[in-house]
Design a protein around this ligand. Structure first.
Ligand code: BV8
Ligand code: ZN
Length: 278
């Protein structure tokens, strides 16, 4: 437990960070699953991790799993789509959106890059979000490759009531012709997220890397920094001269051993204190 003296110095550090951010010229915010944890969306790793039928995320978020069982993979993504649609942005998403407005007004270059696929940043009012792993609300046809946005709930009738995360849930495969299909060619649709083993959008990734490497500050929020290439962004920026400020429940997840500010605690409480707003 923090002593009174330590609490005071934590507050002083937050004030110092707040002041430095208002005087910055360029700031990148990089977020991960922890930023949505207080909206009720489970993380993948750490103490707030959820589990879907006992699988790890990398066992199902890959092309091989979709090939083996499109029904199982669609159940997982249907479950996550419905969970995200029902969730509300929390105080951390709002603090980041307000900080963007502050930066815009003050002429500070600002970029938000997220590993999340839930679209909660956009719903909190962030205007330009780089979605490194794309989105739960994009689908791609496996036959004609067309990509479309899709917010249908459920995405198809056969998935209604399916996707229960418990290992005892009904996992009878849904026939492929009843899974989400392309409106143009009737081909099987897939969730258009970046799966393990698939490349990120090269242009977007390099624009984030370039921005990070020229930033005064990179704020690393709610990520275990375990997934590449996103995990390299903060340490590379540090080597290029950016200061890192990290917001996480747990210091052991640090993105670099050279973090200027480590802010421990739920980011819905810590970010509103650290980020300037108008
Ligand atoms: C690729 C979308 C190349 C899908 C996801 C180098 C070294 C080692 C391995 C690799 C490497 N390079 C590539 C790899 C392989 C692999 C990889 O990184 N593996 C890891 C596991 C070792 N990477 C890839 O395959 C990538 N592709 O490199 O392609 C290529 C090039 C050319 C041609 C072909 C291929 C693609 C990776 C993308 C995977 N897709 N997401 C989906 O979600 O279904 S990643 C997955 O992890 C999640 O979805 C999420 O987006 C991502 C990152 O996780 P985090 O966001 O950090 O979340 P996590 O749960 O881990 O942590 C949460 C944190 O929050 C915790 O620290 C917790 O303490 C904290 N927290 C909790 N609550 C709070 C909080 N903090 C503050 N406040 C709170 N309230
Ligand atoms: Zn098609």
């Amino acid at each position: 437990m923090a002593t009174r003296g330590q609490k005071q110095s934590d507050e002083q550090r937050l004030t110092e960070l707040h002041d430095k951010l208002s005087q910055s010229k360029r700031v990148l915010v990089l977020t991960g699953a922890g930023v949505s944890a207080e909206s009720g969306i489970p993380t993948f790793r750490g103490s707030t991790a959820g589990s879907w039928r006992g699988f790890t995320i990398s066992e199902l978020a890959c092309p091989e799993a979709f090939q083996r069982s499109p029904s199982q993979v669609w159940e997982l993504y249907h479950y996550r789509r419905e969970k995200s649609l029902a969730a509300k942005p929390n105080l951390a998403h709002v603090a980041i959106a307000k900080f963007e407005q502050f930066c815009l007004k003050r002429g500070i270059d600002f970029m938000l890059a997220t590993q999340n696929i839930d679209r909660l940043h956009q719903r909190a009012g962030s205007s330009r979000v780089i979605e490194l792993h794309r989105s739960l609300f994009l689908v791609r046809c496996t036959a004609c490759d067309s990509v479309t946005e899709n917010y249908d709930s459920p995405i198809c009738e056969a998935l209604r009531g399916r996707g229960d995360p418990s290992p005892q849930a009904d996992s009878t495969p849904i026939p492929e012709d009843q899974l989400p299909r392309c409106a143009g060619c009737s081909g099987l649709l897939r969730p258009y997220v970046v799966w393990f083993g698939e490349p990120l959008n090269e242009g977007e990734l390099s624009s984030v890397q370039e921005f990070a490497n020229m930033s005064d500050f990179v704020l690393v929020v709610g990520t275990s920094n375990a997934v590449y290439p996103a995990a390299m962004i903060a340490p590379d920026a540090r080597r290029s001269g950016a200061q890192l400020a990290e917001f996480n429940l747990d210091a052991s997840c640090s993105s670099s051993n050279d973090v200027s500010y480590f802010v421990a605690g739920p980011c819905g409480s810590t970010l509103p204190k650290a980020l300037p707003r108008l």
